[in-house]
Design a protein around this ligand. Structure first.
Ligand code: IPM
Ligand code: MG
Length: 356
């Protein structure tokens, strides 16, 4: 089992170190190799995703990824910005299926900005298509507007597009995931306005014929954004395109009150995967030893389950995380009165202990 470790920027190295600690405590045999990515790689070699890092990722069964980005790189040309590393990895490895669970842990119900009764027991799964849509569509760029009321004026444009096979494969992934849960799938689109998402809706409806046991509903993205804060527990599995998924998954993560708790998995058709916390690089708290490592530790659990065929080890980690929460240990992001405040490394150590 070969794991590429890409810590990245900001709090990335601190939280990844804790997840590695937990992996090493499982008593399994992993081959792990670390490489720079994002701003760290740009500093070291002038590119956010150097060939050596990309090749290591390609050769691995799974990638454990921290986070990339820092405001100080915002003025670099786009191709050299840290975000290009994660976009480049997704594209180069064909990681089209992004799983973003939003789970409200019992002990953290009061951390949500929503009323506790709305989020208590929340457990939804957003499946986001990750290698198509307006993120990657060509052409894109700047030019003189070719027509319209402002013809000749400077304009910028991107292209929203999906091919049939891209929609079919993510739909299959979503129906299969729904089958393993409560058999309810909501496909989120904007078919009332966009050609791309009428096509999406038509194809998801077609693919549904192969999954008659799953109940499918369609929802426009604006309504989905509203329903997510109105009655989030009405959802189970949501499938949507790249951009809508980016937005809705951030919204969903906040329902749980603790983005520091949420893992994610991005898989290709060979079950090779990239695993990362749903949160970003948080440069404001980097190096202070206060970041919550649990999202990364839980991402390592997803990695064991989805890419490394070690479901039992994955369960052990998830149980250990629930145990440390029950013990009252909290990093500052999830701290509340009456609990015990701990730092990044202490939290990692506590999970290791809870594994035993
Ligand atoms: C995410 C992030 C990325 C995205 C950025 C960092 C490119 O927001 O993983 O959701 O937009 O996909
Ligand atoms: Mg995002």
């Amino acid at each position: 089992m070969k794991i590429a470790i890409l810590p990245g920027d900001g709090i990335g190295p601190e939280i990844v170190a804790e997840a590695v600690k937990v992996l090493q405590a499982l008593g399994l045999r992993f081959e792990m190799e670390t490489a720079p990515v994002g701003g760290a790689a740009y500093e070291a070699s002038g590119h956010p995703l150097p060939d050596s890092t990309l090749n290591l990722a390609k050769a691995a069964d799974a990638i454990l990824f921290g986070a990339v980005g820092d405001w100080k790189y915002d003025t670099l040309e786009r191709a050299l910005r840290p975000e290009q590393a994660i976009l480049g990895l997704r594209k180069a490895l064909g990681l089209f299926a992004n799983f973003r669970p939003a789970i409200c842990y019992e002990q953290l119900t009061h951390a949500s900005s929503l009323k506790p009764e709305l989020v208590a027991g929340l457990d939804i799964l957003i499946i986001r298509e990750l290698t198509g849509d307006i993120y990657f569509g060509q052409p894109r760029g700047r030019r003189g507007a070719p027509d319209g009321a402002f013809a000749g004026a400077e304009e910028a444009f991107d292209t929203m597009r999906y091919t049939r096979p891209e929609i079919e494969r993510i739909a299959h992934v979503a129906f299969q995931a729904a089958r393993q849960r409560s058999k309810r799938l909501t496909s989120v689109d904007k078919a009332n306005v966009l050609e791309t998402f009428q096509f999406w809706k038509d194809i998801v409806t077609e693919v549904h014929k192969g999954y008659p046991d799953v109940e499918l509903s369609h929802m426009y993205v604006d309504n989905a954004a509203m329903q997510l804060v109105k009655a989030p527990k009405a959802f189970d599995v949501i499938v949507t395109g790249n951009m809508f998924g980016d937005i809705l998954s951030d919204e969903a993560s906040m329902l749980t009150g603790s983005i520091g708790m949420l893992p994610s998995a991005s898989l290709n058709d060979k079950k090779q995967g990239l695993y990362e916390p749903s949160h970003g690089s948080a440069p404001d708290i980097a190096g202070k030893g206060v970041a919550n490592p649990l999202a990364t530790i839980l991402s390592a659990a997803m990695m064991l389950r989805f890419s490394l065929n070690q479901a039992e080890a994955a369960n052990r980690i998830e149980t250990a995380v629930k145990k440390v929460l029950a013990q009252g240990l909290r990093t500052p992001d999830i701290y509340s009165e009456g609990t015990t405040r701990v730092g990044t490394a202490q939290m990692g150590d506590a999970v290791v202990q809870a594994l035993a």
